[in-house]
Design a protein around this ligand. Structure first.
Ligand SMILES: [Mg+2]
Length: 382
């Protein structure tokens, strides 16, 4: 079997899909994207495919991964790692279809029958948080995630800290003692600011606090870990084992590799194994589309230290299209008491509605994250 063609599709709301075709007629799908840089990644996907994949045997996944990540002198970073990630997912999809098994079966078989998932609540005010959490509990979810704050000074003052606490209080009230909420700081605080903010969250016992510092300050994350009783999470902007290692060594509790950024299923599986040696659970980042979620689930079902899965259905970023718009069998992504069931179809376990993808290609307005400024006009972290 040989790879004959690699195509990419830029689709709303902000996603990129790739499709690998073989001379056997088998087709694999993946999702290589950096949010806000879809066109750049698209170029990288075609460069890598032309250089390493066209004409090659798709079943030599590890060898392809080695060449795609190391076969050029300049390597790594979000764009290249995400391009590799989507191609890697598509190669695993083909392998599963060739062997007639879901990918998690090829990776050692299932270790669980359902995967817990959380959804986002995006309200800016505590009253909205309370209502949105209550709605998700009503829908069966047992866990939600929210931003810890809006735009914030690097060092929060008392009013800022009260705002952080009041959102957490509202979420805890709506969830009761048995539900979970996670708080994402998005690197908006400095390390010193994050220590103040994480401490005011302690009475509300969030499941974890995410990105208390920016990924470039991973050398400081241990200070936050040591200053709080709460579990600290990071990882959506770390793209390999070697980038995850310092965060693990600093004592984080939860690692959040993104299957569409961190080298795909191949590397994310190794990141999960590395995390296991630090007694760290993984909670894969996934504000993306159906293939990123399907790839994440394949990892969830064969990974002992999996904790919970992020997913984007209803997320505030999804304008113009939703995850289920591109799926021929939405049943795969139906939630049962806040959990997704183990997919049994071959490959990634999701059937893409190819007509819908081709129709949507090129119709996405280019998405960029907001650029924020502080009151004095200087740049503010989003
Ligand atoms: Mg995050």
């Amino acid at each position: 079997m040989k790879i004959t063609r690699v195509e990419t599709f830029a689709v709303p709301p902000r996603w990129l899909m790739c499709r690998i075709e073989t001379d056997d007629g088998l087709v694999g799908w993946g999702e290589p994207v950096v949010e806000g840089r879809a066109d750049t990644v698209r170029t990288a996907v075609h460069e890598l495919a032309d250089q390493f994949l066209i004409g090659a045997d798709p079943l030599r996944i590890e060898d392809h991964w080695q060449l795609m990540t190391k076969g050029s002198f300049y390597r790594g970073g979000p764009v290249l790692s995400s391009a590799v990630a989507g191609l890697d997912q598509a190669l695993w999809d083909i392998a599963g279809k060739a062997y007639g098994a879901p990918v998690h079966q090829l990776l050692g078989g299932p270790v669980r029958e359902r995967a817990r998932a959380y959804c986002w609540v995006g309200g800016d005010e505590p009253s909205e948080i309370r209502d949105q959490v209550a709605a998700q509990v009503e829908a069966g979810f047992t866990a939600v995630k929210m931003n810890g704050s809006g735009r914030m000074a690097r060092l929060p003052n008392v009013a800022d800290l009260n705002e952080v606490a009041s959102r957490a209080e509202a979420a805890r009230e709506a969830l009761g003692p048995s539900g979970d909420f996670a708080v994402d700081f998005h690197g908006r605080f400095s390390a010193a600011g994050a220590i103040k903010a994480v401490q005011v969250l302690e009475p509300y016992a969030p499941m974890f606090v995410e990105e208390p510092v920016l990924p470039e300050y991973t050398h400081l994350i241990g200070r936050v870990v040591d200053a709080t009783t709460l579990p600290i999470a990071t990882g959506e902007r770390l793209f390999s084992r070697t980038e995850a290692l310092p965060a693990l060594q600093a004592g984080i509790a939860i690692l959040q590799p993104d299957l569409s950024h961190a080298g795909g299923i191949s590397e994310s599986r190794r990141i999960a194994s590395l995390a296991e040696t630090y007694d760290v659970a993984i909670a894969p980042h996934c504000p993306l589309g159906p293939l990123a979620l399907a790839a994440s689930l394949q990892l969830a079902f064969c990974t002992p230290n999996f904790l919970i899965q992020e997913q984007s259905i209803g997320i505030h970023y999804n304008t113009g299209a939703e995850l289920l718009d591109y799926v021929a069998d939405p049943e795969v992504f139906r939630f049962h008491d806040g959990h997704l069931l183990r997919p049994t179809a071959a490959g990634l376990g999701v059937e893409i509605d190819e007509k819908a993808v081709r129709r949507a290609d090129g119709t996405a307005e280019s998405w960029h994250n907001p650029v924020w400024r502080h009151a004095d006009g200087s740049f503010a972290e989003w």
